[in-house]
Design a protein around this ligand. Structure first.
Ligand code: BGC
Ligand code: BGC
Length: 644
């Protein structure tokens, strides 16, 4: 009896506690804010509470210059981005960045349901819009290095530097498998080989997300651009350039074999945001490709995250904006990178729902996917910048890793007469070419500005700095951007002959379609410096700074050594580490190097390996200073002679 009464008491007490609990939960902390609850339960709870307006806000991604904090609150905007060059208007400093991003975040948290926004950037080779951040080699260089552990580390460092400024979303890695190096985005890809791209882009994704979203220092990665961005045909661009945003004219088997594998692997690595490509597949824009987005990506591959459009990419799928919105959202695009006129997008989508052209089920699915990523990231718990990390931005230990990446990226194409390594106690060295002492040239596009910029665009060191670091006290190093060394004479006014002459040939920085190039030639004035250098130096070493292989076959014989250095980023001195033999050459070509522009595009299935129709250097080519003989070099000389 006593026991029974006790039992009743217990039941009553726990009942009261339960009721209390529930009411506390309802009035003070809604279930979706409980980090201990399962993510799907949190989504269910939050979705139930959301109005249509709030849902449409989640699907809207706005460029930061097109919106005020006040409008973020009014329109329930769920995400903001900085495009290329999107640093704060006042000042390009960590503090100004953190203030800008946190300011927008606070505006989102000021809404009724306090759903945090997600702020995105293209941190494609470090936090590259931020002055003073560590700038890593562009992916082409990492492809040459082919060191997945290092790529993972680079992504981890990049995440630390973006988190310092409040950014937990990165539009990287690029998973393109570029098949035609005339494409302006070739350098954003790791290489022409699917396995190489898969391996390195996924290493990057794992590093960026720290293996699991929500882990400390993890940032949401965005494999892009799904799918076939690297497979477009020259001359098929719809709105800009020649090949960028063009049409990938291949059958499904080829599309799947060449371009899909990196994404399949990304599913296993927890990808939760994927950017859809501007390009088309056999005439059908990817932004309205129901089959490849809905059926293949979300269906077959089981992608549970959200699909984000590219910058205004939705607008391109139909002439009429209403049609474009309907087609794109129904094809599976969950979030629209608008980027400017967001009230128009919201109104149009609203209208489409009223007309029954887009169902509420589709809207709920899109919002569910976006919220899933936000919950998994821990954004509801940690929405703001971590300013204690400011001193890690561009920190020496970060730059050290970037420098290692530069060292590993260099590909030795030719080395006659033991021109390399250069002895530290060389008497006189001439260094020619603007790119040899210019952080902007060596960093390329997507560096502070969208297109990049020549000059001291950010902090770092140049190839020339590195050379000066390595030489002995008695070595005289002369630099001239135009290769003019007439004034370097001895006491009798006779020209001094340098022991070593270094010529740097550089592509002018570019991004996207601005880099589409039908010729792939360095400017003639720069190329002439090689011959001029022959007259002024015992040995001539050419270093190329470029986003891709360039046409060099007819002057390959004019220099003793040739080194492809790609776009090394802020730590140019890493180039000198290898030139002076402190570190060996280990890089290998991530792209087949053409002999003539007529060879492009390559048909990789029937690529000749002999005779002058063969490429200049094959995929994977790369010499060492110990073994610098190669039949490819012999053939190069023969074919050049034949052509002249
Ligand atoms: C590019 C994307 C980039 C986006 C935002 C687009 O033009 O194609 O790669 O993420 O802009 O900057
Ligand atoms: C932005 C880039 C974007 C491009 C697309 C530029 O104005 O800064 O981020 O990729 O437009 O057209």
């Amino acid at each position: 009896m006593r026991n029974f009464r006790k039992l009743i008491q217990l039941i009553v007490i726990s009942g009261v506690l339960l009721v209390l609990n529930v009411s506390i939960a309802q009035e003070e902390t809604p279930a979706y804010l409980d980090p201990l609850l399962d993510v799907e339960a949190r989504i269910d709870d939050l979705l139930r509470r959301m109005t249509l307006e709030e849902k449409l806000g989640q699907m809207t991604l706005v460029e930061k210059n097109s919106i005020t904090e006040g409008s973020v609150t009014t329109f329930y905007v769920g995400s903001i981005l900085s495009g290329g060059g999107g640093y704060p208007a006042e000042e390009n400093s960590p503090e100004a960045w953190a203030n800008m991003v946190d300011g927008f975040q606070q505006a989102a948290l000021d809404t009724r349901l306090s759903i945090p926004l997600i702020y995105g950037v293209d941190a494609v080779h470090g936090h590259n819009n931020l002055y003073g951040a560590t700038i890593f080699p562009h992916n082409v260089g990492l492809g040459a290095g082919d060191n997945p552990e290092l790529v993972q580390e680079i992504a981890r460092i990049t995440a630390v530097e973006t988190i310092a400024t409040g950014i937990y979303w990165n539009y990287a890695p690029v998973m393109a498998v570029p098949q035609d190096i005339r494409w302006g985005r070739t350098y954003e890809g790791f290489g022409e080989d699917t396995e190489l791209v898969s391996r390195l882009s996924n290493a990057y994704l794992v590093g960026m997300q720290r293996g699991e979203l929500g882990s400390p220092m993890s940032v949401l990665g965005t494999p892009k651009h799904y799918i076939g961005d690297g497979g477009t045909t020259w001359g098929t661009s719809i709105d800009r350039g020649n090949i960028d945003r063009g049409d990938t004219l291949v059958d499904e088997e080829t599309l799947r074999a060449v371009h899909l594998p990196p994404y399949i692997e990304a599913m296993d690595n927890g990808a939760m945001s994927i950017m859809v490509s501007y390009s088309s597949w056999n005439g059908e824009p990817m932004h309205s490709n129901d089959y490849l987005v809905n059926d293949v990506l979300k269906g077959e591959l089981g992608f549970e995250g959200f699909v984000v459009s590219d910058w205004g990419g939705l607008d391109l799928v139909a002439n009429d904006y209403y049609d474009a919105v309907v087609m794109s959202i129904n094809a599976g695009v969950d979030m629209n990178m608008v980027p400017f006129n967001y009230p128009l997008f919201i109104d149009t989508l609203n209208e489409a729902i009223e007309n029954g052209d887009v169902t509420m089920e589709r809207i709920d699915d899109a919002v569910r996917r976006i919220l899933r990523a936000k919950f998994m990231m821990g954004l509801f718990e940690n929405p703001f910048s971590d300013r204690t990390l400011f001193d890690r931005i561009g920190a020496p230990e970060h730059r050290e890793i970037a420098r290692q990446a530069v060292q590993e990226s260099l590909v030795l194409l030719k080395n006659d007469n033991n021109a390399l390594p250069i002895a530290a106690d060389t008497d006189v060295i001439f260094v020619a070419g603007a790119g040899s002492d210019d952080i902007g040239y060596q960093s390329g596009g997507w560096t502070i500005e969208w297109m990049g910029r020549i000059g001291p665009v950010t902090e770092g060191n140049t190839i020339l700095d590195g050379i000066e670091e390595h030489v002995s006290e008695d070595t005289e190093v002369y630099f001239n951007a135009f290769g003019r060394f007439n004034s370097v004479t001895d006491d009798d006014d006779n020209p001094i002959i340098a022991d070593v002459g270094i010529v740097v040939l550089a592509e002018f920085p570019y991004a996207e379609w601005e880099g589409d190039d039908a010729f792939l030639e360095f400017i003639p004035e720069d190329v002439e410096m090689i011959q001029q250098m022959q007259e002024r130096a015992e040995q001539v070493i050419v270093i190329t700074l470029s986003g891709r292989p360039m046409i060099i076959a007819n002057y390959l014989d004019q220099a003793d050594a040739f080194v492809a250095a790609w776009l090394p980023g802020s730590e140019g001195s890493g180039v000198a580490d290898v030139l002076f033999g402190e570190v060996p050459f280990t890089g290998r070509l991530p792209y087949t190097w053409p002999r003539t522009i007529e060879q492009i595009p390559f048909d990789f299935t029937t690529l000749p390996t002999e005779g002058c129709d063969a490429p200049l250097f094959p995929y994977g080519y790369g010499l060492t200073v110990e073994d610098s003989t190669s039949p490819w070099l012999t053939l190069a000389i023969e074919c050049a002679a034949e052509a002249n």
